[in-house]
Design a protein around this ligand. Structure first.
Ligand code: M6R
Length: 612
């Protein structure tokens, strides 16, 4: 949440900062701002998007080779000009941008007020910048770096910060705890950002900061240490990302581009993990911990939002095929509910960003309680990926649309690989079934393509339902999480209220909602729940609900029963979730576009939820 950028070198900082903020806008888009040093420190900021900031700055002098910038997702204080970052300390010695939450800000603010410090905004960030200035002015031997470290030692909470001091203007100080920060290494220049996307236009050599790191950066040097002043050796990582990954190309929205990328991203996720002769699944990142997994007393999968839905698919598959007990938990609940854990438990965190605050905290708690912790992440080098004992990257590529699409199918692909690998290793499926299921998985990209070409039909169905106020999504078994995910997609981008339900639960409450205004999306592909879901369709039909069904090609039986249908190719139930979600993603997308919504940046949301 919130994106921060910085530049120090010989180039004009402003274009680099603005392009960086555009790339990071998916992290928050309530307000934006930049601070540039050019003899003095100038701050420009305003409510709204990065484009609003550009308009706001259009007629101003923005030259200067050192600068920091911010795009905000509001936590403390409403989105307005005053609360926008960068924040300046009372006496103007420091400007600071911040991603995270200072939890003890109220207490710190009260102390600072007692010392005569006044505040302009409602933010926790302004407290931090004033605390830095307080230490700076208080001690004779205190330079900017020491002041930053002293202030951070008093802070409870999460931060990724970049700070410029007016009197030590040839440096930017950055620090991280809980919120990601990446430093790009150029020639005589450094780039700072919340993730690597703003940096790859200039360099692919980066340093990922760890919690408690503080970096002092001039255009020619970088010093890394801890908040407590212990030197830290840094590791340079090469980022594998291209500019093309960060652009929409011919697509109107990133979400649409990402939906259409799925044949490739699913393939990228299993390629290299299925042996060339398609006889073996190899999960290299789990090699060291595989015996633990195979013999786990229990697997607990944690995640949030879409990632939690992928975890649910994993639960169905692992229990069904590998016969290991699996529990799926919302990370936000798990971390606070004092769960019973032991060294025989394996906790798997699923997270596209690898930075979700609740998932990371839950994982750390599981580790403290002795469990083996694993990660399924998309962002390479992310916190979860680095803190786990092993894991599997999803290889979906950069996902920029706030609504997860290709990340979800990549996560489900990994869950499928894992379930099959465990099942084989534990002797729960025969070689014949194993080979057949590997074959089924390898055919998925082609089948996804065949659904995508039907987008005009999906669009025409979307046009029929775009004005509805509510929608109900139903599914059973592995397709229940698909119904949940379909409903989440619709509500988050079109603001149409949608509920996902296990179809068998419908008659315990939601059926009361059914009338001739309610679209009911039923995921009714052929599997061993099929007869049951057909009964649910009948129950909705009897109450005049409008049924939109996801069905297996050739299932003519349902044609006369439902109002509209999306056909998906025949497949084994183990891989059907990967197909069934595709028309639902497109359906949501077209409805949102027709309702005039901002598909890629829905209101109130942010891509990476790095605060609680
Ligand atoms: O980065 P993560 O996968 O940990 O994010 C978790 C959720 O915030 C995320 O899946 C969210 O629900 C989706 N962007 C919604 O489409």
């Amino acid at each position: 949440m919130c994106g921060i950028v910085g530049y120090i070198g010989d180039k004009n900082a402003y274009p680099i900062l603005i392009q960086g903020l555009q790339r990071l806008e998916y992290r928050g888009y309530d307000s934006a701002g930049v601070a540039i040093y050019n003899g003095s420190l100038t701050v420009h900021k305003c409510k709204g998007r990065v484009a609003d900031l550009e308009r706001h700055i259009a007629d101003k002098d923005i030259s200067g080779c050192i600068g920091i910038g911010h795009t905000r997702w509001a936590t403390h204080g409403e989105p307005n000009d005053r609360n926008a970052h960068p924040h300046t300390s009372m006496n103007g010695n420091f400007v600071l941008v911040h991603n995270g939450i200072i939890e003890n800000y109220a207490e710190l603010k009260a102390d600072l007020k007692k010392n005569g410090i006044t505040f302009q905004s409602d933010t926790d960030t302004e407290v931090l910048v004033n605390l830095i200035e307080y230490f700076y002015q208080k001690g004779e031997e205190v330079n900017a770096e020491i002041a930053v470290r002293l202030a951070l030692s008093k802070v409870v909470g999460a931060y990724g910060i970049a700070v410029i001091c007016k009197n030590e203007k040839d440096q930017i100080i950055v620090a991280r705890k809980g919120s990601p920060l990446v430093i790009g290494i150029g020639h005589g220049e450094y780039f700072i950002a919340s993730d690597a996307t703003p940096i790859v236009s200039y360099t692919n050599s980066v340093i990922y900061l760890n919690d408690n790191d503080v970096a002092i950066i001039t255009k020619d040097s970088l010093t890394l240490k801890t908040v407590e002043n212990t030197p830290v050796a840094f590791k340079i990582t090469k980022v594998d990302m291209t500019i093309g990954d960060l652009e929409k190309g011919d697509f109107e929205h990133f979400m649409l581009k990402e939906i259409f990328e799925q044949p490739k991203t699913i393939e990228d996720t299993f390629r290299g993990r299925i042996s060339p002769d398609r006889t073996e699944i190899v999960l290299g990142g789990l090699m060291d911990v595989f015996p633990k997994l195979v013999n786990a007393r229990r697997i607990i999968i944690i995640g949030c939002g879409t990632s939690w839905h992928a975890a649910l698919v994993g639960e169905y598959l692992i229990e069904e095929y590998a016969r290991i007990p699996v529990e799926v938990e919302y990370a936000s609940e798990f971390r606070y509910r004092n769960p019973i854990l032991s060294a025989e438990d394996v906790v798997i965190a699923i997270s596209q960003s690898g930075e979700t605050a609740d998932t990371l905290a839950a994982l750390r708690m599981a580790k403290e309680n002795g469990a083996t912790i694993l990660g399924i992440c998309n962002v390479v080098g992310s916190s979860i990926a680095r803190e786990t004992d092993g894991g599997v990257y999803t290889h979906a590529g950069v996902e920029i649309g706030v609504a997860s699409t290709k990340a979800f199918t990549a996560q489900v692909t990994v869950m499928t690989l894992l379930a099959l690998k465990l099942a084989k290793e534990r002797g729960k499926i025969s070689s014949e079934v194993y080979l057949n299921l590997i074959q089924e998985l390898s055919e998925i990209p082609g089948k996804v393509k065949s659904i995508l070409v039907k987008h005009p039909h999906i669009k025409s169905v979307a046009a029929k339902y775009k004005d509805a106020s509510n929608a109900l999504y139903l599914g059973r078994g592995c397709l229940f999480p698909v119904a949940l995910e379909g409903a989440l997609k619709l509500k988050e981008i079109s603001y149409m209220h949608a509920e996902g339900y296990a179809a068998g639960e419908m008659k315990h409450g939601p059926i009361a909602l059914v009338d001739d205004n309610l679209p009911v999306v039923v995921v009714a592909a052929k599997d061993h729940y099929y007869e049951k879901i057909v009964s649910n369709i009948q129950e909705v039909k009897a109450r005049k609900g409008n049924i939109i069904a996801v069905v297996t090609e050739g299932d003519d039986g349902l044609k006369g029963m439902v109002n509209d249908l999306f056909e998906i190719p025949k497949s084994h139930p183990v891989v059907t979730p990967l197909l069934a979600i595709i028309p639902l993603q497109l359906f949501s997308y077209y409805i949102a576009v027709m309702r005039g919504c901002d598909v890629d940046q829905p209101r109130n949301l942010a891509k990476s939820v790095t605060v609680e």
